[in-house]
Design a protein. Structure first.
Lengths: 93, 503, 622
């Protein structure tokens, strides 16, 4: 559990600190994986399959999300040539 | 049968959207047809009404949201009867008046019909959630009508009106839900049926804040001083046809709400708050009248006079006795007729002279003798000339206040304030009437009101005279319901959680 | 038996409705015939009622109520639409319809050239109808209805020349003062209902003695509130300012409304409610005091006015003061008798004045008249008779009625020396001012060489003659009236005979006439000198003691100012502003919060994490 939470924190910090969207994405993946890790660990500890099934779920969703997210980043890059997340603030309000 | 009244205008409104914009002939026929058939149904109700029955008549029940026990429940009694007839009548008048609307006739008529349907629904609903739905339903068309077809600062006016009213309505929603929860706490039965809820005994402390929430909603709607400041803007901005419905029917929904909800549900709360509210109402009477004295725009003048007259109505309700409440209900009907007639006249004058400013209007009686006569009659009714309908209502209300147990402490002051506002009414009404109709005219060749315009005013004139001569039929139909309202018994015992009186 | 009495009211009502609708489309002759005809029919029907009443023995003549239908039944408040036929109401019927009829005939001639002839007659009919409702009402509610309708009719008639600004304003003033009176009476009705549970005259008067002690607070309240209405309608102090201005209306209007009928409504009210007033001696005393003060007050003003109609108007105010004096000291039938004689001679004076004005092409200033005796013999004769009656010259009807009141003011239990003294002085003044007008108008040489006065047409002169006959012979009716009204008042008025006081009164009257004659002889320059010597006093009285100005200053202008103030401050800057502020503040708050919505993903993420941590802490530690 310790490993899991520390990896999660690293991922979170990475998400907050880095400006490059690609790196932010990697951090998100890190966080997801940490959660997976925790789930599987506990599933074996508790001898229940629920954790593993849920981990599979997460992986599927993560994959889908990566696809969409990368597509969005690519589109933004093509139109604005920005790689700094702070400058993409059109939703400011 | 009863639901026809609501759904004829509502469905017509919805259907009209599919009609082509330019098909004015069809639009006009549809509008007038819907309004007239609604009026006919309401008249049928009037004649089939059982005068001796104090309870709800023509009740219709349909399941709506069974899971939450919300039903489509409508009914009519002595109090709502005249309101329904009034609204239906004003619906016809206002639709006829809107037929020369040049801009986007189809949408205008549709919105007016929707407004009429909403108002009728408020008067008929017996399920609290249904009441709330119709209450809000009145707002939407009004927002558009004032915002799109209005004049002057119309957007400001309509925003103010809608948001102000909404604040009150939301508080009312909270209270409505609490009401059902209290009832549930006592009987473990979820219901929104008002007839059952009014028999629930509610703890006096709870009563006070629930009453206050309802009060705020209704007080904003009528309006009661000092929550009235949306009115001058909204009334002045609103086009005359919609204004007729607004002041004639919609303002009465608040007063009706007092009678239908507050009086039966929260008697102890009312006992403690009556003096304050009575004083507020009386202040509104004087305040509205006093400001009307200073107005030069005749539309604004009539608007402020409405605040004054509506104050009378509220005052009568909180006198909590037969004369006071019956006077109020009568006056609700009277004011609907008189105020709408006044605004019609204002509209006629404006369409001829192009101005509403008393400084520029003079001597119109020379070219418009028929309007002169009608204006005089309506004006006299508005200032409460004894012998006409306005006086009957005012007399009953003030007498109710004078003999009221609830308002005993302030009775003489309240009645004096009423007297003062009557004196003021004579001043500002004469000021408006004489100022526009008498003295040497500035423009000579105006055309008098046409026969179709006269026909719009004729029913009002007849009613003004008739009710002054013979108010008994109206009062007779209102009386039983009011008496049963005043003597309502709280039969749901909070302790045992059982309904002692099975219906 | 008295069901026919409904027609007394219905005839003029029909006249009003018909003439206002069709009046413009039918010939003037027809309009005049209908207008006069309905009033004449009313008069005849009133005679029928009179004879029916006389058939009955005296005790049975009271309390005959004719009910048409139940008008309302709300809570405890029940009311019928009904009329009361008793000696008092029949007495008023006869006066109203009789004098009204005569005035209608006069109007045919006087208003002949007016384009709005039909409208005038329709309003006159409306007035007669309203006045009849007032005196026929069987309960306080319909009394108030009649009261207000009379106010309406007088508004319409005073403001008849509606293109004239002064007339329009005078009409408004009269109406608003009337409404003030109405409100007083309405509140009185509430108190009555609260005390007696009914508004019906017969029931209230029967129950009153048993319910209240003398000078009980409630009864004082009722009588005082009713008095507000009475004083407003009868132009007593302080609600009198509308009467002089009301002269803006055509002269027949002044004759009808301000001589014979409307202004007497207040006197009628007290007579009708005498049962209540007898329980409130304090109020009675107040009535007598105000009456006598108004009498002398108006007398002083009448002495200085130049407009012939205004002088007569002030004399009306003054004579009404006498009537109230009579009511205040309890001699009701004497007050009513004076009401009747006054109706005769005052209407006569107004109509004669109208005849003069008509002849002088609208001139109303007596300084510009003179010598009309030669040109208008009939008008002159009738005016003289009227003046003599007003001055209380022996053998005229005015003598019998006024004398009786003056004597009673001394001898009656409730009278006193001061009342008598003031009444006496006023009598002297009355004689003076009316004869001042007489001399100035009819005697000597004409001061308007350009005018071509001529005697008025028959339709105008005939009424003058009729009224003159009654003004002279009315005195004979005195014992009859007393006897007739006795059942209503419970007793006959005591007629005092005090030779000494009667002589004094006679001297006062003749002295007044003589002074007027003397003054007339005195040259203009001398008069100017006297005026300058007394300048401040003269100005004060001539300008009606500046009461109008005081009212303007204390009441009218502040009211308008407060109205404007309220609109500016209370509405725009106060309540409305507050509401708008609320909206504005909400917008401000949301504007500030919106900074949080920076559009930057990373700060969102930071917030999310922070929030999560806090929640975790909560969960773990709580």
């Amino acid at each position: 559990m310790l490993i899991s939470s520390s990896v999660f924190c690293i991922g979170a910090c990475g998400f907050i600190i880095r400006k490059n969207p690609l790196i932010m994405f990697m951090s998100v993946e890190l966080m997801l994986n940490s959660v997976n890790f925790l789930l599987i660990a506990y599933s074996s500890f508790l001898n229940s399959l629920d954790g593993q099934i849920f981990a599979l779920f997460i992986m599927t969703v993560a994959a889908a999300e990566v696809v969409v997210g990368l597509a969005i980043i690519l589109t933004i890059f093509r139109t604005r040539h920005e790689m700094d997340v702070d400058h993409i603030n059109a939703l400011k309000g | 049968m009863l639901s026809l009244i609501i759904f004829i205008p509502l469905l017509t409104a919805m259907v009209l959207i599919f009609v082509g914009r330019d098909n004015t002939g069809l639009i006009k026929i549809a509008g007038v047809g819907a309004a007239t058939s609604t009026l006919l149904v309401s008249l049928w109700l009037l004649f089939s009404f059982d005068v001796s029955n104090p309870g709800m008549q023509f009740v219709q029940t349909l399941h709506w949201v069974p899971a939450l026990h919300i039903n489509y429940l409508v009914g009519i009694d002595g109090i709502s009867l005249w309101m329904v007839v009034l609204t239906a009548f004003l619906g016809v008048v206002s639709i006829l008046m809107s037929l020369n609307q040049k801009k986007d006739l189809r949408n205008f008529i549709a919105l007016m019909l929707a407004l009429e349907a909403g108002t009728l629904g408020v008067f008929l609903a017996l399920d609290t959630i249904l009441f709330y739905v119709f209450w809000e339903l009145m707002l939407v068309p009004t927002y558009f009508i004032i915002g799109l077809w209005g004049e002057g600062r119309r957007v400001y006016a309509t925003m103010k009106f809608v948001i102000y009213t909404l604040v009150g309505s939301l508080l009312m929603l909270v209270a409505i839900l609490t009401l059902t929860m209290v009832h549930y706490g006592a009987t473990h039965e979820v219901t929104f049926d008002l007839r059952i809820l009014t028999h629930t005994h509610i703890d006096p402390f709870m009563q006070i804040w629930m009453f206050l929430f309802f009060f705020v909603a209704f007080a904003i709607k009528i309006p009661v001083f000092p929550l009235h400041s949306w009115l001058p803007h909204a009334y002045v901005a609103c086009p005359i046809p919609a204004l007729i419905l607004l002041t004639g029917a919609m303002s009465k929904t608040g007063a009706y709400g007092f009678l239908r909800f507050c009086l039966p549900l929260f008697p102890e709360a009312i006992e403690s708050m009556a003096l304050v509210i009575g004083f507020m109402a009386a202040s509104g009477m004087v305040y509205g009248a006093w400001i009307a004295l200073a107005q030069k725009d005749i539309k604004a003048l009539v608007a402020y006079s409405s605040i004054s007259h509506l104050g009378f109505i509220v005052l009568g309700i909180f006198a909590q006795n037969g004369e006071g409440i019956q006077g109020s209900v009568l006056q609700m009907f009277n004011h609907g007729i008189i105020a709408s007639a006044l605004f019609l006249i204002v509209g006629f004058i404006e369409s001829r002279m192009g101005t509403r400013n008393l400084g520029e209007l003079r001597g119109l009686s020379k070219s418009m003798p028929v309007l002169y006569g009608v204006f005089m009659l309506v004006m006299l009714a508005a200032l409460g000339l004894p012998g006409l309908n306005g006086f009957v209502g005012e007399f009953l209300i003030l007498m109710g206040v004078w003999t009221s147990h609830l308002l005993a402490g302030l009775a003489s002051i309240l009645v004096l304030m009423g007297g003062l506002s009557i004196v003021f009414a004579s001043i500002y009404m004469l000021y408006m009437f004489q100022g526009s109709m008498q003295e040497k005219p500035t423009v000579e060749n105006n055309s008098d009101i046409s026969s179709s315009e006269f026909k719009l005013l004729l029913p009002a004139c007849i009613l003004i005279l008739l009710i002054g001569l013979y108010p008994k039929p109206i009062i007779d139909r209102v009386s039983p319901s009011v008496e049963s309202l005043l003597h309502l018994e709280k039969t749901v015992n909070l302790e045992t959680g059982k309904d002692n009186d099975h219906h | 038996m008295f069901a026919s009495s409904w027609f007394i009211l219905l005839f003029p009502l029909a006249g009003f409705i018909f003439l206002s609708w069709y009046g413009n489309r039918i010939s003037k002759i027809l309009v005049g015939s209908i207008g006069c005809g309905v009033v004449g029919a009313s008069f005849l029907t009133s005679l029928v009622a009179l004879s029916n009443l006389l058939f009955l023995p005296a005790e049975e003549r009271v309390g005959k109520v004719q009910v048409l239908y139940q008008w309302i039944s709300s809570g405890n408040f029940k009311l019928d639409l009904a009329i009361l036929v008793d000696p008092l109401s029949v007495f008023m019927f006869l006066i109203v319809t009789g004098v009204g009829f005569v005035i209608h005939i006069y109007s045919i001639g006087y208003m002949h050239d007016d384009p709005e002839y039909a409208r005038f007659f329709s309003y006159l009919n409306l007035f007669i109808f309203s006045m009849l409702v007032l005196v026929a009402a069987a309960d306080f509610f319909f009394l108030i209805v009649g009261w207000a309708l009379v106010g309406l009719a007088s508004y319409l008639l005073i403001g008849f020349y509606k293109e004239k600004t002064s007339a329009v304003l005078a009409a408004r003033k009269a109406f608003v003062m009337n409404v003030i009176g109405d409100v007083g009476m309405v509140i009185a009705a509430f108190v009555i209902f609260e005390s007696f549970g009914t508004l019906n005259f017969i029931e209230v008067f029967a129950a009153a003695p048993g319910t209240f002690r003398i000078n009980d607070d409630q009864i004082l309240l009722i009588t005082l509130l009713l008095l507000v209405g009475a004083f407003a309608k009868s132009a007593q102090l302080p609600l009198h300012t509308w009467l002089p201005d009301a002269m803006e209306g055509p002269t027949p209007v002044s004759a009808l409304i301000h001589a014979a009928t409307m202004v007497t409504a207040g006197v009628y009210l007290i007579a009708r409610c005498h049962v209540l007033y007898e329980l409130a001696p304090f109020t009675m005393y107040l009535i007598a005091t105000v009456g006598v003060l108004t009498a002398i007050f108006a007398g002083t003003m009448g002495m200085l006015q130049y407009d012939i109609k205004r002088v007569i108007a002030y004399s009306t105010m003054s004579q009404l003061g006498y009537m109230f004096l009579a009511m205040g000291i309890g001699v009701y039938s004497l007050g009513m008798f004076h009401l009747m004689t006054h109706a005769f001679f005052k209407a006569l004076l107004f109509l004669a004045a109208g005849s003069v004005i008509h002849a002088m092409d609208g001139e109303q200033d007596i300084r510009k008249m003179g010598g009309l005796r030669k040109v208008m013999p009939l008008t002159h004769a009738t005016f003289l008779i009227g003046a003599l009656a007003l001055a209380g010259f022996p053998l005229t009807s005015g003598y019998f009625s006024k004398e009786a009141i003056i004597l009673s003011s001394y001898h009656e239990d409730m009278g006193n020396f001061i009342f008598w003294a003031i009444a006496l002085i006023t009598a002297g003044m009355t004689a003076f001012y009316i004869f001042r007008v007489y001399f100035s108008t009819f005697i000597g040489e004409t001061r308007s060489p350009d005018a071509h006065p001529h005697e008025s047409p028959t339709t105008m002169v005939l009424p003058l003659i009729i009224l003159a006959v009654f003004a002279l012979g009315g005195g004979l009716l005195s014992p009859l009236v007393d006897g007739f009204l006795a059942p209503v008042f419970g007793r006959e008025a005591h007629h005092f005979h005090d030779g000494f006081l009667e002589t004094i009164a006679l001297i006062a009257g003749i002295g007044g006439i003589a002074t007027a004659a003397l003054v007339y002889q005195v040259s203009k320059d001398r008069i100017e000198l006297i005026k300058e010597a007394f300048a401040p006093l003269y100005d004060l009285v001539f300008n009606k003691y500046y009461i109008d100005e005081i009212y303007d200053l204390l009441i009218v202008n502040p009211t308008k100012a407060i109205g404007a103030f309220m609109e500016e401050k209370a509405e725009k800057q106060g309540i409305d502003f507050a509401v708008d502020e609320v909206g504005f503040q909400v917008k401000e708050v949301s504007r500030r919060i919106s900074f949080w919505q920076s559009g930057r993903i990373r700060s969102y993420a930071l917030n999310m994490v922070a929030g999560m941590v806090i929640i975790l802490l909560f969960v773990v530690f709580l």
